[in-house]
Design a protein around this ligand. Structure first.
Ligand SMILES: N[C@@H](CCC(=O)N[C@@H](CS)C(=O)NCC(=O)O)C(=O)O
Length: 270
């Protein structure tokens, strides 16, 4: 749990992240937002006794309807906010970008306060980064989510080749142009995607780049010279931001394993 660092942050509700235990996965953009904002939260499956049972009950319940006043959740991650729902009950919301948007507004991580423009620019960038994360997921599961990687290995090779050769440069060029444009408009010196402060666009893009570095180390190393502002400047500065640096060095930061970002050497640049 992040330590609260100001009075404002201490007054935040007790946010509960509901996600699978043991992997960064789609929970990680949410963790990074909260850690960078210095806002406390509970990572239920990783921190609470029987926490994964709670996650399964709320997020993976096949019952026709939920009984807590919230619509059912399709799949983790979800955010539970005690007291923020109907009649003082808990609010439960799902879909990663929806959760980021909700938290971004409440933690100062969605751009300059009161700026509608920045809020939507931040959202579009985070959504684009999450699109890339979905494509990377498909690099090892191009045919069926429910089948093992070993059952779709050949197709994975073709999909990964396309992602590495065509999709990476397209996404990276877009993010790098966004950084440069922000710098030219007087935003921070290539440190942030939008405006003059860290937003959840930065933390989400950073997380997806980091995941790609784990999954495709050779490809990403080779791309560093091509996209230095993004893969060296931005990547290096975001991970040194207050809150993130401490978090990334802590044991709350989970290791990549069998989640969205997986390292199969045969899918990397040969
Ligand atoms: N678009 C959703 C995707 C959620 C998702 O795919 N969750 C995964 C875990 S990372 C899951 O448990 N999926 C089960 C399923 O889709 O059947 C989001 O971003 O939250």
């Amino acid at each position: 749990m992040a330590e609260p660092s100001s009075k404002k942050q201490r007054t935040q509700p007790p946010y509960e992240l509901l996600y699978h235990p043991g992997v960064p996965g789609r929970g990680e953009p949410i963790r990074l937002l909260l850690e960078a904002a210095g806002v406390p939260y509970t990572d239920t499956a990783n921190q609470e006794k029987n926490g994964y049972e709670t996650v399964q009950k709320i997020c993976m319940n096949k019952a026709l309807k939920s009984d807590d006043g919230n619509p059912p959740v399709f799949s983790p991650p979800a955010l539970r906010v005690p007291g923020a729902g109907k009649d003082g009950k808990a609010l439960v919301i799902s879909q990663t970008p929806n959760i980021l948007s909700y938290l971004g507004d409440r933690t100062g991580m969605a751009g300059e306060e009161g700026s509608e423009q920045e809020k939507y620019w931040v959202a579009q960038l985070a959504l684009t980064a999450l699109d890339l994360a979905n494509e990377v997921h498909d690099s090892h599961h191009p045919i069926a989510v429910a089948k093992y990687y070993e059952e779709q290995k050949e197709e994975s090779k073709g999909k990964s080749k396309d992602i590495r050769e065509h999709r990476f440069p397209k996404f990276f060029s877009y993010f790098q142009r966004t950084l440069q444009g922000n710098k030219e408009r007087g935003g921070a010196e290539g440190k942030y995607m939008v405006g003059k402060q860290l937003t959840y666009a930065d933390t989400t893009i950073w997380q997806v780049l980091d995941g790609c570095m784990f999954a495709f180390p050779k490809e990403m190393e080779a791309r560093k010279e091509e996209f230095p502002d993004l893969l060296q400047g931005f990547y290096g500065s975001v991970k040194s931001e207050k809150g993130l640096k401490e978090y990334l060095a802590s044991d709350r930061r989970l290791e990549y394993s069998m989640g969205i970002f997986r390292h199969y050497p045969e899918l990397d640049r040969q």
